[in-house]
Design a binder for this molecule. Structure first.
Ligand SMILES: N[C@@H](CCC(=O)N[C@@H](CS)C(=O)NCC(=O)O)C(=O)O
Length: 203
């Protein structure tokens, strides 16, 4: 399988974490790929018309995206304990955690694109503040329900870990830990997992 990634991408990291936790890392060839909303990547477009990372091309040559779909595909090949709980409350809790983690990233990355790529005259501060509210409230929601992250890893906790690590990487000065002791305590322990140590974000 070929996995198109950027070493800085938190969505790609989520997939890489799943590959490690599912015992599939050796079957996934990581292909560093440059993307930007301002520079179409014609090569990546052959596999993913949205030109986003991560994109997975299976051994059969079928291209999969976006990260929740890729993660579920990898888990379907997982011979061990499943990372997507199969049914019931555990499943909906893990999928909800993934949705919150991905939503925080959608908000934070859109702000980063605007602050890093848009000219000063096009900075829309009220809109950025609105996105920051979404990501702050998402973190508060994870803090309130941090107990649900405990236990063996799932797609939910792996998504949350990829998101928190990226916030440290890109928005370290914002200090998401402040006022969130349960979430930061959980993350300190989870960060020591071999899958986390094997996939640090790099610029
Ligand atoms: N919902 C997508 C989001 C993927 C995404 O936004 N990836 C970023 C990199 S972290 C990207 O490819 N950006 C390039 C672009 O927006 O053109 C997923 O879960 O995979």
């Amino acid at each position: 399988m070929k996995l198109y990634i950027s070493p800085a991408s938190p969505f790609a990291r989520k997939v890489r974490l799943v590959a490690h936790e599912a015992g599939l890392a050796s079957r996934v060839e990581e292909i560093p790929t440059a993307v930007s909303p301002l520079k179409p990547n014609a090569d990546l477009a052959k596999a993913n018309p949205l030109m986003k990372l991560p994109t997975l091309v299976t051994d059969e040559g079928f291209a999969l995206f976006d990260s929740p779909v890729i993660c579920e595909y990898l888990d379907s090949l997982n011979a061990g304990r499943k990372l997507f709980p199969e049914a019931g409350a555990a499943r909906w809790s893990a999928l909800r955690q993934q949705a919150i983690a991905d939503g925080i990233l959608d908000a934070a990355i859109s702000v980063r694109y605007q602050t890093a790529l848009a000219p000063k005259a096009l900075q829309w501060i009220d809109w950025q503040d609105g996105q920051r509210t979404k990501w702050r409230q998402g973190l508060d929601c994870l803090e309130a329900d941090a107990q649900a992250l405990q236990g063996e890893p799932t797609i939910g906790s792996l998504s949350v870990a990829a998101t928190l690590a990226w916030l440290d990487f890109r928005y370290g000065a914002d200090d998401w830990r402040k006022g969130r002791p349960a979430l930061s305590g959980w993350f300190a322990v989870f960060s020591q997992r071999p899958s986390m140590l094997a996939t640090p974000p790099t610029a």
